[in-house]
Write a protein that binds this ligand. Structure first.
Ligand SMILES: [Zn+2]
Length: 261
């Protein structure tokens, strides 16, 4: 009975490797997946995310522009962000539950940082205007992301696949943010992430797959999907010294509170 707070079921890998995500999603929701957020990374993939979400009552959509995707768009964020805004304003039978994913990526660093920042700030502004929670992608950009979100008090959301410090997470939670852990918490070389997860207040923790990426430990390298979420939950259960069922219940409750479900 898990809630997957971050996945990309429109990704071409589902089409190429299993002929599309629809049969898989049918199976997952039949077998007890409670819900999932299907996250766009550009205006086009955001539309695809909404379209897929319409087919399943438990599948929700997030719309936004990922820092790496912003490289294929105009250096001026106005037009693309206006497209995202029009998707949010249509509301699509309340299928859209968040604005994301947005943020900064200094790992690939494939888009000039000033451009990444322009898109990030334009979408934080949009989040403030539309009162939408944000899904934040922070890859090796902890300092800049932290100081930027401080400039937008009142905007909240979730830091997805968290990899920052305990101190930063505590400060973000104090400002209304949630922290989401992916399969990386089960990776053997992720002692730091595990220590952060162990110490945080549980009522602000979510779990996610980031499918088709970040496949958990025993299946690393394969196509990830929400059916593997229990590996992340098991890792948290061991860290928190509670049952997997309790982790499932706590994190699903947190997701419903954040996304207003
Ligand atoms: Zn993602």
């Amino acid at each position: 009975m898990f809630f997957d707070s971050h996945a990309h079921y429109w990704d071409h890998r589902f089409d190429e490797e299993i002929g599309g995500a629809a049969p898989l999603l049918t199976e997952l929701f039949t077998n007890g997946l409670l819900g999932a957020v299907n996250v766009g990374t550009s205006p086009n993939t955001s539309r695809l995310a909404i379209e897929q979400a319409r087919a399943f009552p438990q599948l929700y959509a997030a719309v936004g522009i990922h820092p790496s995707d912003s490289g294929e768009l105009s250096s001026d964020p106005d037009i693309a962000v206006a497209e995202i805004e029009s998707l949010i304003r249509k509301k699509d039978a309340n299928k859209i539950v968040a604005l994301g994913e947005i943020g900064l990526d200094y790992h690939w660093d494939d888009v000039p940082r000033e451009q990444q920042m322009r898109y990030f700030e334009a979408q934080l502004t949009l989040a403030r205007e539309t009162a939408m929670p944000v899904l934040i992608h922070d890859r090796e950009a902890h300092g800049d992301i932290h100081t930027t979100v401080l400039r937008y008090p009142g905007v909240t959301g979730v830091f997805h696949s968290y990899s920052g410090s305990y101190e930063m997470a505590k400060d973000l939670i104090r400002r209304g943010y949630y922290i989401s852990f992916s399969g990386t918490v089960s990776f053997k070389n992720a002692a730091k992430v595990a220590e952060v997860a162990r110490a945080l207040p549980r009522e602000f923790v979510l779990i996610e797959t980031d499918a088709p990426y970040l496949t958990p430990h025993p299946y690393r390298g394969r196509l990830n999907h929400s059916g593997y979420l229990h590996y992340t939950a098991e890792a948290l259960a061991a860290l928190w010294e509670i049952s997997v069922e309790s982790v499932a219940a706590i994190t699903a409750e947190n997701a419903k509170r954040l996304f207003g479900l």
